[in-house]
Ligand binder design. Sequence first.
Ligand SMILES: [Zn+2]
Length: 299
Amino acid sequence: MPVPIEITILGSGSAIPTLKRGHPAVLMHRAGDYFLLDCGEGAQLGLEKAGVSPVRIDKIFITHWHADHFAGLLPLLETMHLNRRTAPLEIYGPDAKRFVNDIRDLSYWSIGFRLIARDCGRRQYEKLFSTSDYEMWAIKTKHNVPSCGYALLEKPHWAIDVKKLKKFGLEPGPDLRKVKSKGKVKVKNITIRLSQIAVQMPGRKFVYSGDTLVHRPLFKFAKGAELLIHDGTFIEPALTHAHPSSDQVARLAKQYGIKKLVLTHLSRRYRTESEILRVVRPIFKNTILARDGLKITLR
Ligand SMILES: [Zn+2]
């Protein structure tokens, strides 16, 4: 069974927050990893409501340096410091080194952990790091300042077929652990290969766009994703030349086989969810709107 990936929307609003919608921030939790995607004002309160200590956050991914996406960093870092964090914290983003340095200069504090800024998002697709289970990517997007989205891409994994196990007389224990880790094991002079007792399953894909016009390379990368969280600021065609219209997003999500689309960064001009949903649902029925505190679990 794959480990659950839990995604919690901490803030679903756009440039001006409302009582119901805070500035953008998304928490992603997979096995022992806790990542924050964007860190708008109020992100640490969102973490508190989600029951996650800020100290657990290992990495923060900023899509672009507009204040609604990063203004929560200063108070979050302060809280981490006061909670005696010692583990280093990585912050990714286009021009991250420049902006993280600026933030470091904004106070008399002396934080007791290492801040590691990592620039990304210059290339269309950029692999940020890879673990034994998954890869994390930055995808260049199209906003009015340097920007990128982020994607978690799981590697294919082997799922044990219990019937085949029985056929080979293998039982849970050291032999099974060995075949899982080494790819083969020798039992009573017979070599059993992993491919004989397991089937390869594709990994899951989760993509977060940040603020962007519709950008086909992002959808190409997100093709078939379990979940795409996309800028859904406006219903109307791009008012500011920096955000898409929701119908364009829904159309491409359908075309690229996205399993679930969540529109976020919602403008305060819309008073009800139905105003937006009646435009997008007829185009792509697996669309929902983000809400502060909304939790989605990928299994
Ligand atoms: Zn924004």
